[in-house]
Ligand binder design. Structure first.
Ligand SMILES: Nc1ncnc2c1ncn2[C@@H]1O[C@H](COP(=O)(O)OP(=O)(O)OP(=O)(O)O)[C@@H](O)[C@H]1O
Length: 286
């Protein structure tokens, strides 16, 4: 459906933000996971036809979406990282304004907006000015906005930034529902945002894909390589320097280190089942 082929983005006088990256995407929730500065936003802006790649191509249903972006734009809902609202408008007024910008007729926009505010659980606040909304509510307005034209592709850039844990869960579930019959491409630097909901995760660093596949496959990749050992607190810092540590927790018995290693890293280390955080850290530090 959406193909990002050998994409490179070089900003003026800057290093490469995206470096020969290829992703072929179909329906489902795809998590683009990577540390700050990995190139996620740059890639999503290119996928959303907001920015052109320096080289490489974007194809939507086989057609060139760089030279002729209109087809993709019609099928697309995009929530940028820096999504802003007009604080004096109510949710209904703001969405009606955006619907008009998108060229939707006032009548179809009206019923669609009611539907969407219901979907994102904002019907109760529909007629309140956005200036009084919480961060989580504004993110949900942002999501509602992406869905105005019933898009086949939804691209959301770090939508959970600034949300509290409860809002995060609600948001994750909403995106997961949306992905039942469309492509939802979501960027984040938090493994928990995509764990349990993504059908596919691509780990990006330095503008390249370091790891890509369904979560189960990512877990299989580190199976047998994750270990835990409890070490004396005074030894922990040096060991963390030497070993690839995915977690360290202070316990009454000492510091419990979780370590990625192909063979037993410490005499009393025991093998443990991997989780996605292990796979992510492994991919980013490889
Ligand atoms: N408009 C721009 N002009 C110059 N450099 C840019 C621009 N946008 C991004 N960069 C640089 O490109 C690199 C990748 O940035 P990008 O925002 O795509 O990464 P990211 O993974 O989304 O990170 P973050 O989560 O911090 O937004 C960074 O080094 C960034 O400083």
């Amino acid at each position: 459906m959406l193909e990002l082929l050998d994409i490179t983005k070089v900003y003026k006088g800057q290093k490469r933000a995206v470096d020969g990256l290829t992703l072929r995407l179909g329906p489902g929730l795809v998590g683009l996971l990577g540390p700050n500065g990995a190139g996620k936003s740059s890639l999503l802006r290119i996928a959303a036809t907001v920015t052109r790649p320096t080289s490489g191509s974007v194809r939507f249903d086989g057609a060139d979406a760089v030279a002729r972006p209109d087809g993709l734009r019609r099928a697309l809902g995009y929530l940028p990282q820096d999504f802003g609202v007009y604080p004096n408008l109510t949710a209904v007024e703001f969405l009606a304004y955006l619907a008009a910008v998108k060229g939707l007729s006032a009548r179809s926009a009206r019923s669609r907006i009611d539907e969407l505010l219901e979907l994102v659980n904002l019907a109760h606040a529909a007629r309140r000015p956005l200036g009084g909304y919480s961060g989580g509510m504004l993110r949900r307005v942002g999501i509602a906005q992406t869905l105005l034209a019933d898009p086949r592709v939804v691209i959301v850039d770090e939508p959970t930034a600034g949300l509290d844990p409860e809002e995060r869960v609600r948001f994750r579930n909403l995106l997961s529902d949306l992905a039942a019959d469309r492509l939802v491409l979501l960027s984040t630097h938090i493994v928990g945002d995509v764990e349990s909901v993504a059908s596919r995760i691509a780990v990006v660093k330095g503008g390249r894909v370091r790891l890509d596949g369904p979560p189960e496959e990512l877990l299989r990749g580190v199976a047998g390589h994750v270990w835990e050992a409890t070490v004396p607190p005074e030894a922990a810092a040096a060991l963390q320097q030497r070993l690839l540590t995915t977690r360290s927790v202070r316990t009454p018995a000492g510091v419990r280190l979780r370590v990625l290693a192909t063979s037993r890293p410490l005499a009393d280390a025991v093998p443990v089942a991997p989780d996605l955080e292990d796979a992510y850290v492994g991919a980013v530090h490889r």
